[in-house]
Design a protein around this ligand. Sequence first.
Ligand SMILES: *Cc1c(COP(=O)(O)O)cnc(C)c1O
Length: 430
Amino acid sequence: MYKHFENQEILKRWGEESEAKIAPVIRAIEGRVDEHQWRLLAAYRQAGVSEAHLVASTGYGYDDMGREALESIMAEVFGAEAALCRPHMVSGTHAIASCLFGVLRPGGELLYITGTPYDTLEQVIGEKADGSGSLADFGIRYRAIPLTPSGEVDWQGVREVVSPSTQCIAIQRSRGYAERASFTIDQIEAMVEESRRICPHAVIFVDNCYGEFVEKWEPTHVGADLIAGSLIKNPGGGLAKSGGYIAGKREWVDRAAARLVAPGILAEGGATHGYLRDYYQGFFLAPHVVGEALKGAVYAAAILEAAGFISTPRWFEARTDIIQLIRFGKPEPLIAFCQGIQGASPVDAHVKPEPSAMPGYGDPVIMAAGTFVQGASIELSADGPLRPPYLAYMQGGLTYSHVKIGILTALDLMLHQQQHSTTQFIRERR
Ligand SMILES: *Cc1c(COP(=O)(O)O)cnc(C)c1O
């Protein structure tokens, strides 16, 4: 495939060296996929899934056996008591907001112990009573405890602020648009234990976006009360057209359902229209698709390192999500990188992304997303806010080959742009 690129010699060398180096990491990812596939298959068999589960319900959606079985499968696979897995959640942000509004009450406080949460949650949390419908508008206070310089939870800081009104302690697994590392399940387990010790009455919520099926276990397996995520990320397996999920202890899932649907109706209502077949099939494929995305991220880490960029996690480091971060330091290569990824997309390859304002995001963002499902970041995508240090977050990829082609296309474009002297660029990059 290298013959398709302008800078084929250097790309071939970087690419082949990278693939040789990462071979053991790729095998380990495949082993994890096998393990997850077994667990999913066991859950599907156990639930007795049949054609009748895959068809649409209408109206109120009461007694939707397909929805009920799918949610019990998800609960089983995630080690939770109950789950909601539905098209009625618009996005991950909506799933998370349903959890927060579900468990928090006026006069209570939300405490994020992993620093400021993901950008889109800023407006969910809000700053003051301003009629916006935010948590603040309902008299719910909020604090985020910044991580220590070494990227750990500042337990001293947490201890100082917890109080009887701390109703929810929130943890964000993935780095989001921050430069910190993502938190592994082992680290989350330790956070859950310490949070319980310090504040036994708080509900422990984990934003699980981008983490599903990357490690052996999910936060609910290690004690989290409630988790949420998006179906156009990992657990939708690339097939879900939209939706979100919530899983955890029944009491808290019901509280989230009361907010998402209505008190009294809870999880009992909600027609699934024609979504279920994609959800069943996508959730079943999710470990494989997450594996492909992970292999792509590892390849990206290795080849970007060969090309001289700083990229994390490094190819040999343990992962807990599908995100690969690349630090460009200036806007031009960030923009070129995203334009390269877009150019190697199956949809809208002819479109050239430019930085622009996005609802819910503070700074202009450039997004490469030539995806079959709008904004689906389980498909190969790259984005970054236009602010120093100009980081790109690359994630997803339905097939490993596509991620490789995407990265090579982006590198080829970046090399081309520097081409006033390729050799000088390559020398600098060494
Ligand atoms: C993607 C994401 C969200 C939610 O984003 P949506 O675009 O609303 O699905 C929340 N938190 C994190 C860490 C995320 O990565």
